[in-house]
Design a protein around this ligand. Structure first.
Ligand SMILES: [Zn+2]
Length: 446
């Protein structure tokens, strides 16, 4: 429904109630559920607080808040200001009475469920398109392909193949990008290549004729590949710096790197079913070293590990190991300085190589010991962050339970990874369809 129509309805209601409208707060195009900031909503709260307005008329109370916690602070505000003039086109609710609060909470819960269902439907649609190997809409023309995203553009395809070959032969991305720029080879939008844009292109499933969805390969694509599937996998393995991988902003799976296959000891990776159902698998094939035997439903195992984490938080053992970690925590400043120094040296080397002061082989050799120092420093820093990650949740799982959904996936992952070293996933029982907890053994971090 259009915003204009909603405003009109609100104004009519104000008229009926004999209220004078002094201000409008319209967060156009920002759904309460989108998670984005709603500046006008915030402003309305400020005005209420400041006494600039003494009532609030909303189109739909159940759309006013996106999280139960938001509704709770609104209820608290109404109670504090003794605000009874809250009306909505869909019916008045007095949030200062417990009946009104109860009603608002129910409405909020129902609306949240509807909204969740809707976004789930949209997500599933995208997953279907991806699983069919179809082109996705939007975005720039992919390098190596025509604007239809289906036919190969031969001149660019030759560049893709060349870059892949050089990378697999050990040449750093940075040096390939520099060479392309020097030769005047531009990106599909006519820009210069950066190591980031070149990495993205080389890692893309697209150039090996595969379709990825949220960073995972889900199908053979409807367009032809420029390089082989094997080369694509080898490139991704080569460029998959583990540090970079765990720092990804978007993480749809809670437990990559935590679940371990009981057959072969490899870490399980996110591997949805072709229908899009989230799942972890012990992956085999190019770029993977698992046995391919173990699969487990993601929703259920994530729920289990979350509960196990909450349970463990309140245990004596965890409290003790947390105290020990704090005592033995390495000096963060020292290791940060070490990393910065190593990075500076790497930059110097890169600059010298750029001026052709030594060969590619010499450069690679010189980098090695410095990179080893960086890795060591990074490990120490990871220890430091592990001691901080649990914070006030230690011995207070109720707090974490209450705040869990407000944390983003990478925070949740960090907490689980701090509590558990790994969770071993055993074989599925034949013919047993329900979730089988006996398959799982959670190993706490000492
Ligand atoms: Zn395995």
């Amino acid at each position: 429904m259009g915003v204009a129509r909603q405003i009109e309805d609100c104004e009519r209601l104000a008229e009926r109630k004999g209220w004078r409208v002094v201000e409008q707060y319209v967060d156009d195009d920002v759904s309460a559920w989108s998670g984005r900031k709603r500046p006008q909503y915030a402003r309305s709260l400020e005005d209420l607080e400041a006494g600039a307005i003494d009532g609030l008329l909303v189109y739909d109370l159940d759309r006013l808040h996106r999280q139960p916690s938001e509704l709770e602070s609104f209820i608290e505000l109404c109670a504090r200001l003794r605000l009874t003039n809250v009306a909505s086109v869909s019916g008045d609710i007095d949030l200062t009475t417990s009946d009104g609060q109860f009603q608002a909470r129910i409405l909020g819960a129902v609306a949240k469920k509807e909204s969740d269902d809707k976004s789930r439907r949209i997500r599933r649609k995208h997953e279907e398109i991806a699983a069919g190997g179809k082109v996705s809409g939007g975005g720039n023309r992919p390098y190596g392909y025509e604007a239809d995203k289906l036919s190969v553009r031969p001149a660019e395809a030759a560049v893709v193949a060349e870059c892949a070959k050089r990378l697999l032969a050990g040449e750093p991305v940075r040096s390939i990008a520099r060479d392309l720029n020097e030769r005047g080879v531009t990106t599909s939008t006519g820009g210069r290549w950066s190591p980031t844009s070149l990495t993205r292109m080389l890692k893309s499933a697209r150039i090996s004729g595969q379709r990825a969805h949220h960073g995972e390969i889900v199908a053979t694509a409807e367009w032809p590949g420029i390089i082989s599937v094997e080369d694509g996998a080898a490139i991704r393995a080569l460029l998959a710096n583990p540090e970079r991988r765990t720092n990804q902003a978007v993480r749809r799976y809670l437990l990559p790197g935590i679940l371990v296959c009981s057959h072969c000891g490899e870490r399980l990776v996110a591997r949805p079913r072709s229908g899009g159902q989230r799942r972890y698998a012990c992956a085999r094939g190019p770029g993977f070293s698992g046995c391919g035997k173990t699969y487990i439903n993601a929703d259920q195992v994530e729920q289990f590990v979350k509960e196990a984490t909450l349970y463990r938080l309140d245990s004596k053992e965890l409290k003790r190991s947390q105290e020990r970690r704090q005592r033995d925590a390495p000096d963060a400043q020292r290791w940060l300085a070490e990393m910065e120094a190593a990075q500076a040296q790497l930059d110097e080397l890169a600059a010298a190589y750029g001026q052709r002061q030594f060969s590619l082989q010499e450069w690679m050799a010189a980098r090695k010991p410095i990179e080893q120092r960086m890795t060591a420093a990074r490990k120490q820093l990871a220890k430091v962050s592990r001691t901080n990650v649990l914070g006030e949740y230690v011995g207070n799982s109720a707090k974490l339970r209450a705040e869990w959904n407000a944390l983003d996936l990478s925070q949740q992952h960090a907490i689980v990874a701090t509590v558990f070293d790994k969770v071993v996933v055993g074989p599925a029982r034949r013919g047993y369809n329900r979730f089988d907890e006996s398959r799982l053994t959670a190993v706490p971090r000492p």
